[in-house]
Design a protein around this ligand. Structure first.
Ligand SMILES: [Zn+2]
Length: 455
């Protein structure tokens, strides 16, 4: 829509809804075409395969990808020069292939890509680490990913395109000069109300809630921080909701226990989380029993020897093949023979450890991950609308907070105690009460900002 942003910004809201829908139809064609439906069928049969057959299928898929990459990607042809791929017998033989790092991908991207850029679907990965990366998908890569995502949602009772969906994201749908308190646009093409994350503030949230109550979405997806802000407001102000979504599907941001508790309570519905980075990593998703399944129809996730760090190989990266790619995340697997109550036979993941960008340091230099940081506010009575912890050095931290009328001065010392307890007694903490905490350019909201310079 970027191309027409100028026209869009200066049009009345009903024209903007129309334009959002037109764009929606374009995307719909791109995402929900023949490969999408074909892959949905495949997933249906895949999940009825025996465990052994699923694993055979996975091996077959990975060989297809490796052969394709060594034929069509100059980078992989060179990288696999010394390896005899035809001798591979099973998935364990993958360890004979060299590991691919982010730096290698960044430097060699032109040689890795197998398709003309003009026809490809571009995806930018988060610049949170200061290093961003663009990967290119083939149309079928994209459609197969969409099918997997929708299959996951269907398991939780939500049929995409057929049912009404509310999405909170960072798309620029609201012109900067708009006076009306309408922070959403409707995309008829896929029955999606898009809510802008940029205008969510104590002042505007009532308008969002009014719209949600009128629209009555059957699922809510998108930025968890936005959904959480709305849930927290509803709870603090005792507002009645007139709908129950089938499930809530967060994307892009890490879900903390606090998010889960508040959102599930307020919406009377379950959060169903999923892991798949924008680089195109294989999917890990939550089942009906609340367990994380590693979806082996989407790729391979392996631990680097003697560590929890993972390497990913993704079956939907034919445009930019990622094979044994060191993505920077860590996971702990459950024993491969553990089965799940939900009936799915795919392996279980015990936990996904925070991404590199999701931690602060204790004064001694130990990493304290987001989930743990968010606990700090657990014992403070409901008076904080929003908070952000900014660490500038090992021993200096600023806590910014947006508070409401229930806030008492003594909460500050409670909070400082909590923080020192977690980060070390020598942490110098400054508390700032602010009107608003701005979002990132992407529309995401950061609870923690790690500005500590390390080597
Ligand atoms: Zn399960």
């Amino acid at each position: 829509m970027m191309k027409y942003q100028g026209i869009y910004d200066n049009s009345p809201i009903f024209i903007q809804n129309f334009m959002a829908t037109m764009y929606g139809y374009k995307i719909k064609k791109e995402r929900f075409g023949e490969y999408y439906y074909e892959h949905l069928d495949f997933l249906n049969s895949f999940n009825n395969f025996s465990k052994k057959k699923q694993e055979e299928q996975q091996f077959e898929e990975v060989m297809k990808l490796i052969e394709y990459a060594s034929k069509n990607s100059r980078f992989y042809r060179e990288l696999y020069k010394e390896v005899n791929i035809t001798e591979f017998k099973n998935i364990n033989d993958l360890t004979k292939l060299p590991i691919v790092t982010k730096e290698m991908v960044r430097q060699n991207i032109e040689d890795i890509i197998t398709i003309p850029k003009g026809k490809a679907i571009k995806s930018n990965t988060g610049g949170t680490t200061g290093k961003s990366l663009t990967v290119y998908y083939k149309k079928e890569d994209n459609q197969r990913r969409m099918a997997t995502l929708d299959y996951f949602k269907a398991i939780h009772g939500f049929m995409n395109i057929k049912m009404k969906r509310a999405t909170f994201n960072g798309k620029h749908i609201i012109p900067p000069n708009q006076k009306q308190k309408k922070f959403w646009r409707y995309n008829v093409a896929i029955k999606q109300m898009i809510y802008s994350s940029f205008y969510i503030s104590e002042e505007n949230i009532p308008y969002y809630i009014e719209s949600l109550n009128k629209y009555k979405p059957e699922s809510i997806d998108g930025f968890i921080s936005s959904i959480y802000d709305i849930a927290s407001y509803i709870e603090r102000n005792n507002i009645k909701l007139k709908f129950i979504p089938k499930a809530i599907f967060p994307t892009s941001e890490t879900v903390t226990q606090e998010h889960r508790d508040v959102i599930e309570r307020v919406f009377n519905s379950k959060i169903r989380d999923q892991y798949a980075s924008s680089e195109g990593a294989p999917f890990v998703w939550e089942c009906e029993s609340g367990k994380l399944h590693y979806d082996i129809s989407t790729g391979i996730i392996e631990n680097i020897e003697n560590s929890n760090e993972i390497l990913i190989t993704s079956f939907t990266t034919y445009g930019t093949p990622l094979i044994r790619y060191k993505i920077g995340d860590s996971m702990t697997f459950e024993d491969n023979n553990t089965s799940c109550d939900c009936g799915l036979k795919t392996p279980l993941i015990e936990s996904i450890q925070g991404r590199a960008v999701d931690f602060l340091y204790s004064t001694k230099g130990a990493k304290i991950y987001l989930g743990n940081v968010s606990n700090i506010f657990k014992n403070i009575p409901n008076a904080i609308a929003k908070a952000q912890l900014i660490q500038s050095s090992l021993t200096n931290m600023v806590v910014r907070m947006v508070v409401d009328n229930n806030f008492k001065e003594e909460y500050k010392s409670m909070l400082i105690d909590e923080i020192k307890h977690k980060f070390g007694n020598d942490m110098r903490i400054e508390i700032e009460i602010v009107e608003e905490i701005p979002r990132e350019k992407s529309g995401k909201y950061k609870l923690i900002v790690n500005n500590v310079v390390t080597r």
